[in-house]
Design a protein around this ligand. Structure first.
Ligand code: NAD
Ligand code: WQD
Length: 347
């Protein structure tokens, strides 16, 4: 497919998954426009994207909650054909403390986007959803037909409600959308120029591991070793961020060239289909970095899911996409990124 000239708006394109996706979109010949307010990212990511991709995408520093500013981007760019919508706040714990901040940011920005897309007849949307919509699953692996459980955090609720809003808009208008439910994206680009950039103390496992190994954190706490799993620690489906990014290209190309059987709103699991325990993740990191990681077992973290991993047969067969990178590569790339950040910090 010849994509040159097709213009894609990437909201949140300066962020972790967004920046990796932008790099792949440019490599595929798309013209990329980024809209991001930098609330959880850094301006210098732009030149790093350019270093990898060979060109700098157009960047608008705007808040998607500002509808006029978003409208101005569509007006100025004229021919945006599709949107990949990453922009959202994503810290589960913070969302429990500040629910309104999350509902305002994640939902007002989505409503603005959908209204402006309709106005400009830009009718294709890839939406960042999350495995959090499945809660604690009754059966594993989870398929897209597994029940969506009542959200356990305002963040999770913004993903559930976000999917519903988009689905209803697809029914009511010309919008076509694919929601991708990511499992646990980790790792970094092989150049180590872009990667995950937690602000403050990380909540997620892999940045906590790499920050411990580099000496920013004294030790890792393993939250619980009394779960009914082979080694007592929780199980997740860790997936390399490059594989997650590639899923967006596949989803976008399905929207741009819809096969006759495709529906207006579709949902796909984006994982590897494999579950790993926390201790397995630590061991993989130790092997990849060739060093021991200081950790000790701590009490369970409130709200943690015991085990979850994806059935990816639908995304494999329908999107013609499959995760390729293994846990070792995820850990090795996360470690290269952390080491490079120390030598060459972004801020
Ligand atoms: P991130 O925080 O690195 O990137 C999000 C980007 O959106 C940031 O650059 C931030 O500055 C921007 N942003 C946020 N609110 C904005 C607003 N109102 N206007 C403009 N820009 C705004 O997060 P990420 O890990 O890249 O996640 C991307 C998306 O994927 C999010 O929607 C997140 O909820 C979802 N998701 C992430 C994970 C994960 O583990 N990383 C898992 C499942 C789903
Ligand atoms: C993974 C495992 C922890 C930190 C979160 C969001 C979810 C989704 C993905 C966005 C768990 C354990 C962690 C630590 C540990 N994001 N752990 N010590 O909990 O699967 O999901 O990210 O949609 O909504 O909730 O990811 O990386 O926080 O934890 O032992 O210091 O690592 O208990 O078993 P989680 P995580």
């Amino acid at each position: 497919m010849n994509n040159s000239g097709i213009k894609i708006l990437v909201t949140g394109g300066m962020g972790y998954i967004g920046s990796h996706t932008v790099v792949q979109l440019i490599a595929r010949g798309y013209r990329v426009v980024i809209a991001d307010n930098l609330c959880n990212s850094n301006r210098n990511i732009l030149s790093r994207i350019a270093q990898i991709a060979g060109q700098e995408p157009q960047f608008y520093e705007i808040d998607l909650c500002d509808k006029q500013a978003l409208n101005d981007v569509f007006k100025k760019e004229e021919d945006i054909k599709a949107v990949v919508h990453f922009a959202a706040l994503k810290a589960v714990g913070e969302s429990v403390q500040h629910p309104l901040k999350y509902y305002r940011n994640n939902l007002i920005s989505l409503l603005n986007l959908l209204e402006v897309q309709e106005l400009f007849d830009a009718n294709n949307l890839v939406f960042s959803s999350s495995c959090t919509v499945y809660g604690e699953p009754d059966a594993l692996p989870v398929t897209e037909k597994s029940p969506v459980k009542p959200a356990t955090s305002p963040y999770g609720n913004t993903k559930q409600v976000g999917e519903e809003i988009i689905k209803e808009q697809c029914t009511a208008s010309n919008l076509r959308s694919i929601a991708l439910r990511y499992f646990n994206p980790v790792g970094a680009h092989e150049s180590a120029l872009i990667g995950e950039l937690p602000i403050g103390t990380p909540n997620n496992l892999v940045p906590y591991i790499t920050q411990t190994a580099i000496g920013k954190q004294p030790f890792l706490r393993v939250f619980g070793n009394d779960y009914p799993t082979p080694d007592g620690t929780c199980i997740r489906d860790y997936i390399h961020v490059d594989d997650v990014a590639a899923a967006h290209i596949a989803a976008l190309e399905r929207l741009l060239n819809p096969p006759s059987e495709s529906e207006g709103f579709e949902v796909f699991n984006i994982g590897t289909g494999r579950g790993n325990t926390v201790l397995e993740a630590i061991r993989a990191f130790e092997e990849a970095s060739n060093q021991k990681l200081p950790y000790h077992v701590a009490p369970r973290r409130v709200g943690d899911i015991e085990k979850v991993f994806a059935d990816t047969s639908l995304s494999n067969s329908v999107l013609h996409w499959k995760a390729e990178k293994d846990l070792h590569t995820m850990m090795a790339s996360a470690w290269e990124w952390e080491k490079k950040l120390k030598i060459n910090p972004l801020v």
